[in-house]
Write a protein that binds this ligand. Structure first.
Ligand code: ASP
Length: 219
């Protein structure tokens, strides 16, 4: 969590997972660890994009609350042209041996204070995988932390035998009223996929036995 110069924080998280201990690292300690392990580093300068800069400038000019410009329509249409290769990334996977995995990486919310940690890096909040289901979330992280959203979805699947789609909808409807309008992607051990969202759009795609499908808006 809170790394500023790691090119792919998910690679760093995967390395920790493989090493087994510690489970979670943050900030400069995590960066030092990454450097020592030969993980590819980058610079803040390279991470700045026109879209994020525009959102940040608008956020500053409007004195908005953190995240208030993250769904800015003008900026969102710009993202399609400018910025397809950057931003929040979540992935969930089921392999042919039945292993499930989830990963999420984000720059957080525009205007967040230094030191804020959202749900993304918190296992059980924004990201979760067990033997039944893998989940990756996006949205206002505080609400996902307060509801342990990703683990909640996994519990619904395991303990109430909800189907994936219903469990995912239930979780989003619990997160929304406390300010967590967002979305998630999930896959279960039977290969069912669910990708609901309550935002204007969510770039998403699936790969099933070589067949790819992608979507941005509700349809
Ligand atoms: N969930 C992230 C956060 O709260 C934002 C996002 O990437 O969706 O920091």
């Amino acid at each position: 969590a809170g790394v500023t110069n790691v090119k792919s924080p998910i690679s760093l998280a995967k390395l920790l997972l493989e090493k087994g201990w510690p489970l979670m690292m943050v900030g400069s300690g995590a960066e030092k660890f990454a450097e020592g392990e030969g993980i590819e580093l980058t610079t803040q300068k390279k991470l700045k994009t026109d879209l994020r800069k525009a959102q940040w400038e608008k956020w500053k000019a409007t004195k908005g609350s953190p995240g208030s410009t993250d769904e800015d329509d003008e900026a969102m249409s710009a993202v399609l042209e400018l910025d397809f290769e950057t931003g929040t990334v979540g992935a969930v996977a089921l392999d042919s041996d039945g292993n499930l995995a989830a990963a999420t990486s984000t720059g957080g919310m525009t205007g967040k204070p230094p030191g804020r940690i959202g749900d993304t890096a918190i296992i059980g909040a924004g990201t979760w995988a067990d033997q039944n289901v893998a989940i990756s979330c996006t949205g206002v992280g505080e609400a996902y932390i307060r509801t342990s959203a990703a683990k909640r979805l996994a519990d619904l699947v395991e303990l109430t035998e909800s189907n994936l789609e219903d469990a995912a909808e239930t979780v989003l409807s619990e997160v929304s009223p406390i300010g967590g309008r967002g979305g998630l992607i999930a896959v279960d051990s039977d290969g069912n996929i669910s990708m609901p969202f309550k935002t204007t759009m969510m770039y998403r795609g699936s790969w099933i036995d070589g067949e790819i499908s992608t979507a941005i808006g509700p349809n």
